[in-house]
Write a protein that binds this ligand. Structure first.
Ligand code: UGA
Length: 344
């Protein structure tokens, strides 16, 4: 019998990529739930898929019904972009923590496997060279630096889930994505001022022929992970061979794609120039430096380095990220270049 997977926030970046992969396995029945379903239309006629419009903040009844019908529950509804942490911290708390808590509790109540998205941000300003899910301290900034509300909400939910496993036998896995990127991450049309995450921001600027902005000079580092690699790890957790994923926290990131933001910008200009230069009115986009206060606002504080230790993910799931940075960026650029060519 096929396992039944319920995904809240199915229409988002991770959700729609994950559904495509799960349906191609033919081993799952997938119920995708979201406020809008436009990115799920392509799956409408596929066997084993159904979609529902639902607002998880509108009432718990339908949410619990969906959980009860599932074997595996994946709640992906969240605000996950830093500008919102600074501008709407309360909304981040309401959606990322409050709205997700009944789903987490529902999984404990009905005995369902919970696959919960934590974040690489929970490691915060840890001084470890690479971050280990079972050993690293989680280091947040002061309260008036509102950007930490996101990481704190996620950290608290990780602790609630752990406690539900300890006291109420909840079975779960927690995953921490490290700067996943790919097609469909944020909207390419958002103006550059921090409305999207960095790869989309840079790509949007390149499409419009605008300069790329390096916050604080771009010396901070991130480990970028191509979406297909991330989805591959998630599918291995969902398969859960031998129960090895039970009650584990997994980093899902590519330590080999560890670059400064300046290096990322240079690479993107290099890769995008052949595909996009015909759109640029005059000289190619250059790099501009801006302070974090100007770019995001005073509630922002940056993270200097963020590299995952993936030993456990490799050992328990047999997972290795395969797609290197340039290859991943080429795929993203060619995706948007072909969308533009077809008039989308
Ligand atoms: C992200 C987001 O909080 C979440 O999406 C997620 O949980 C997590 O990290 C993750 O994906 O691992 P961050 O890495 O700071 O946080 O996200 P970006 O907005 O992509 O910024 C990366 C770096 O680029 C930051 O240092 C930022 O200051 C810089 N940046 C961003 C620029 O220099 N220029 C830009 O135009 C945008």
């Amino acid at each position: 019998m096929r396992s039944k997977v319920v995904i809240f926030g199915a229409n988002g970046f991770i959700g729609h990529h994950l559904i495509r992969r799960l349906l191609s396995c033919k081993e799952y029945e997938v119920h995708g739930i979201d406020l809008s379903l436009d990115r799920l239309n392509e799956f409408a006629d596929q066997e084993g898929f159904r979609a529902s419009v639902m607002d998880i903040e509108a009432g718990i009844g339908p949410v619990l019904e969906a959980i009860e019908s599932a074997d595996i529950v994946i709640p992906l509804v969240a605000i996950a972009n830093p500008l919102s942490y600074v501008r709407q911290p309360l909304r981040v708390f309401e959606l990322d923590f409050e709205a997700n808590l009944p789903i987490v509790r529902g999984c404990a109540q009905f005995g369902k496997f919970l696959l919960f998205p934590s974040t690489s941000e929970v490691y915060g300003m840890s001084q470890d060279k690479d971050f280990n899910p079972d050993d690293s301290n989680l280091v947040m900034g002061p309260i008036h630096k509102q950007r930490w509300i996101y990481a704190t909400c996620k950290q608290l939910m990780d602790r609630v889930i752990y406690a539900l496993g300890y006291e109420q036998e909840l079975n779960y896995a927690i995953f921490r994505p490290f700067n996943w990127f790919g097609s469909g991450l944020d909207s390419i049309d958002t103006p550059r001022e921090g409305g999207s995450r960095v790869v989309t921001n840079f790509l949007g600027s390149l499409l419009r022929g605008e300069d790329l902005v390096l916050v604080n000079g771009g010396t901070q580092r991130r480990s970028f992970t191509y979406i297909d690699d991330g989805i591959d790890a998630l599918v291995r957790i969902i398969e859960n061979r031998g129960g090895l994923a039970n009650r584990q926290i997994f980093n899902i990131g590519n330590p080999n794609n560890d670059y400064t933001i300046r290096e990322l910008a240079e690479m993107m200009i290099d890769i995008a120039t052949p595909a996009l230069s015909s759109r640029w009115k005059s000289s190619p986009p250059t790099l501009q430096i801006e302070s974090e206060d100007n770019f995001y606002g005073i509630g922002y504080q940056d993270i200097n380095h963020r590299r995952p230790n993936i030993d456990k993910t490799t050992r328990l799931l047999g997972w290795h990220p395969k797609i290197d940075m340039r290859d991943g960026l080429r795929r993203v650029v060619s995706h948007y270049a072909s969308e533009m060519a077809s008039g989308h």
